[in-house]
Design a protein around this ligand. Structure first.
Ligand code: XMP
Length: 430
């Protein structure tokens, strides 16, 4: 292994990730592990230079104080404990682990080297993946989103043709999105890629379904069924690759922190399809995942793309989806993205997209009355997607986008700009 490692043991602090980030910012790799890790498990981690016992406000779980296994003290690693009164370490402190103390612990007490960088991380993960997978095959659902794309690139580097990627085009992708997945992964990275054109199947299932939750359930459920059908056709697959990243694990709940929301990347596969998981990004934060993707040679537009919901344009073609309105969403979204890129807004605005409601309004085209749909533009900024504010777009840019949509997108005679922050509105409309 290339990188030195500082282990943080989670004894109920909400600051675990903050400390992990601070250590990584010092150029030293750091991982958070549960408090009940055994000496044997810890012994399997390579290049451990020191351990931080990180206690805090959640130190009682089910009426019992969380504690580490006493045998960890005998392993001989440098240890520091923070807010952990039961600690038996010598370097013990309460309150905040400030920068000075942290640097002293990491570099002086542990003698760790600042050798954490993406190149080393990729080499380490490549080695770990090869050790785990050996000569077996890994299946991966490749949506084209940042996380699944980076996992795919990492697995291609580690095991090449032993990776089987399945890209399901549910017909709700943005313009040219599926084509770019095929171009990058099959043509350029020579991945073993199965492309499933499931557009008709998804649109068929969604016909006349107007309820947003129902639409989401159908899209999610159908996705799993299509993926499962492909998995059953393949032989000798033992592993399932997943784009799980560190925030997914935190939000799904740790042993000392409650669940915020459950995350399923390819959740809900049937019990009889038994796979062992390969999750090479599970210790990375989102910005680190992007850096990893760049280092692996993925195109910047794939790595720095804005968030895109799993149900895709399905939740932006409001109400019951029709092909006509879906096309209007797709074309107007492409124009918006093109114009935002030209104006440099793609690097400034967190998320921007268009939606098309399921009602019409009166207008005039070529001196005749028309009754057509409207496009709503939404552009927001946020840090964590829990709250969001509206981007104050330059009027000239808005005018240009509006004119292009009215000129180029069929069945549309009106364009609106959504001025609503979150809350009370959510970012998406459905
Ligand atoms: P809302 O609409 O809840 O969206 O304010 C917050 C963020 O989450 C994205 N979003 C999703 N992402 N699957 C995803 O992976 C989904 O089903 C989904 N729904 C919403 C949304 O685009 C925004 O960035």
């Amino acid at each position: 292994m290339k990188q030195d490692l500082i282990v943080i043991l989670d004894l109920g602090s909400s600051q675990n990730t903050v400390i992990a980030r601070k250590i990584r910012d010092l150029g030293v790799y750091s991982e958070i592990h549960p408090h009940d890790i055994t000496a044997e498990e810890l012994g399997k981690l390579e290049n451990v230079k020191g351990i931080i016992l990180n206690g805090g406000e959640n130190r009682m779980v089910d009426g019992q104080a969380v504690e580490i296994s006493p045998e960890l003290y005998d392993l001989g690693y440098p240890m520091i404990s923070v807010d952990y009164p039961q600690s038996k370490c010598k370097t013990q402190m309460s309150g905040f682990l400030n920068q000075e103390l942290l640097e002293k612990f990491v570099f002086e007490d542990c003698g760790a080297k600042a050798n954490w960088n993406m190149k080393n991380f990729i080499e380490d993960q490549t080695e770990l993946i090869r050790k785990q997978v050996k000569d077996k095959k890994v299946l991966l659902a490749l949506s084209g989103g940042v996380d699944s794309s980076v996992v795919a690139a990492m697995l291609i580097k580690a095991i090449g043709q032993q990776l089987v990627c399945v890209h399901v085009n549910h017909g709700l992708m943005r313009k040219d999105e599926s084509e770019s997945v095929v171009k990058v992964f099959r043509d350029e990275l020579h991945a073993n890629l199965i492309y499933v054109d499931a557009e008709e199947r998804f649109l068929g299932k969604l016909e006349n379904v107007a309820d947003p939750e129902q639409k989401r359930k159908i899209i999610g459920g159908e996705f799993i069924r299509v993926f499962e059908e492909e998995a059953r056709k393949l032989e000798g697959i033992d592993f399932l690759g997943q784009g799980t990243i560190y925030p997914d694990i935190i939000e799904s709940g740790t042993k000392t922190a409650k669940m915020v929301k459950s995350h399923h990347n390819v959740g809900g596969l049937p019990e009889d399809l038994k796979f062992e998981l390969v999750e090479p990004l599970k210790q990375l934060f989102k910005d680190e995942v992007r850096a990893c993707g760049v280092e692996l040679g993925l195109p910047p537009e794939m790595v720095y793309r804005q968030p895109f919901p799993g149900p895709g344009l399905g939740v932006r073609c409001l109400g019951a989806i029709t092909r006509e309105r879906l096309e209007a969403v797709r074309e107007s979204d492409a124009i918006l993205r093109e114009e935002f890129a030209k104006a440099g807004l793609d690097k400034k605005v967190w998320q921007y997209f268009t939606v098309v409601p399921d009602f019409k309004s009166v207008g005039m085209k070529n001196n005749a009355r028309v009754f057509e749909y409207m496009v709503i533009i939404r552009a927001i900024n946020t840090i964590d997607a829990m709250t969001a504010s509206v981007e104050k777009i330059d009027w000239n840019v808005l005018e240009r986008i509006t004119n292009r949509i009215l000129d180029e997108v069929e069945n549309v005679n009106r364009v609106c700009y959504d001025m609503s922050p979150k809350p009370p509105a959510t970012i998406e409309f459905e």
